[in-house]
Write a protein that binds this ligand. Sequence first.
Ligand code: 6R9
Length: 648
Amino acid sequence: MTSIDNLLHEDRRFPPGPEFAAAAIAQPRLYEEAASDRLAFWADQSRRLLHWNEPFTEVLDWSAAPVAKWFGDGKLNVAYNCLDRHVLAGHGDRVAYHWEGEPGDARTVTYAELTSEVKKAANALAALGVGQGDRVAIYLPNIPEAVVAMLAVARLGAIHSVVFGGFSAESLRARIDDAQARLVITADGGWRKGKVFPLKPTVDAAVAGESPVEHVLVVRRGENEVEWTDKDLWWHDVVDAASNEHEAEAFEAENPLFILYTSGTTGKPKGILHTSGGYLTQVAFTHENVFDLHPETDVFWCTADVGWITGHSYAVYGPLANGATSVMYEGTPDTPHPGRWWELIEKYKVSIFYTAPTAIRSFMKLGGAIPAKFDLTSLRVLGSVGEPINPEAWVWYRDIIGGGKTPIVDTWWQTETGAIMVSALPGITTLKPGSAQVPVPGISIAIVDDDGTPVGKDEGGLLVITEPWPAMLRGIWGDMDRYAETYWSKFADQGYYFAGDGARYDRDGDIWLMGRVDDVMNVSGHRLSTAEIESALVGHAAVAEAAVVGAHDETTGQAVVAFVILRSEYAELEDASTELRAHVATAIGAIARPRELYVVAELPKTRSGKIMRRLLQDIAEGRDIGDTTTLADTSVMSIISDKYAASP
Ligand code: 6R9
């Protein structure tokens, strides 16, 4: 494969402030320690960060590759590590969650209260027959009971499968059946965009007829009317009545902790399997070091819903393992007003904030006047995750949200990796807008060509992970062949994990993510990244959001087709297509100039905010539009295709 063309030039640099660097948790010697003996490093981190009932003697067993065992002869209880030990250490009064419902109702949950709730829930679940290895599906809004349910399942050594509350009955049924879940924990409904959206009817449909589900436990939240079946039990009846004494049993480090189905832009969802000791070690380590967590004083807010991996690792397990105080919010960012997130940052004095580029760009679209109305001076670290963050959004995030002073950590990782893999460390790294930069200490990453040969500086290729890591997935539930095939077959000779992302090194050897490799186009023999062209487009003052696809072209192999949303002030921009196509040509080079450019009102996105380029490609290549069931809003596609058909 030829190198991904290195066409973007970004020269802004942001070194850490001296005070920040001096007080930072992560100091440069971390990199040295990890480099000198990787396994000893992870063993030290695990012993330091976690309580092991039975200490491990073996760090990594890779003899059954690609299925790893980390800390295999040790025993621990994940929930004990997240709860009881903090209470026993005298931190029972520390707030675990400042929770806020969308309508403005709020709850403060301390570590002592959360521990007590989880013990009750564990007793209740055990009474319903849940034990080690059983699967429990969780289909809840972003409310404290979601955390309680996850930890209660973990405490019993059972396996949770959290399904995002936006998924349909069909998707929920497929996930329940695939995992053979015997219990579902849900709610009557939750608040979203100013209304109660019902969840219970979706569960009713998903478990009707033949189903492995024996019981459905229902949290009262929306107070909407629900139909009742003989499988149903109210959470407040069974959990409130249960004893709050429960001794946590220690399980093997490799005891499965959860299954999480990837949102996947293509193919049948994969049940990604994670286990206990290695997962908790790496999420705790990265949460502490990447975000520079000082648990006594920081207030951390990861905006992800618990239904996504980011919610699992950085709204639940990482913060709780570290005894941190988090904010948790039920609703949408713009309800009841577009400054809702900034209002919450002001109210709870959030100091570390972690969100996705898609959210940042949608706030950019609304303008800086909205966040300017709130006091955001408590913020000291900002994070980004989920897709490449274009330099313009990065700089806007730092200037407008971070007051021009906060470091931004752009964190690359996946559902499969379980925890952050590539990121700056805020007290050490000189930051570059748009680059995820360097592997986390103890993580081995390379960029290689199609044959697995490492590429050089200023060259691009495929991102691989060259050594097993503690939080790595242990398989695809029920389909270990697919696990080996999907991630380990491409570079079987070298034994590398293939992440499916394109990346390049810059001239300093820092890593830039270029999007999924199926999002890379080949135009006249040049490899162009959709992300790179999108970044150029949103760098134009008129553009709020952009999506780029490669469409078949007789002459060039593929041609660039762009879909853009204009900022409201530019809605009337004349000849937007000519202007923006020329802008891309100037910013990147004539080779990247879109063959066609369409101004649209919305882009098709999955519920986690990822643009479904596959659907846009269907339009650009004149095909019938494929499966749209994972779209957040399915009407978007007909509007875009009508527009396309009407164009000259
Ligand atoms: C955590 C999460 C994983 C895919 C991944 C990549 C993209 C995530 C990124 C990023 C560039 C970043 N991705 N973080 N791309 N820079 N900082 O998002 O997991 O939902 O499984 O998605 O997201 O393409 O392969 P998941």
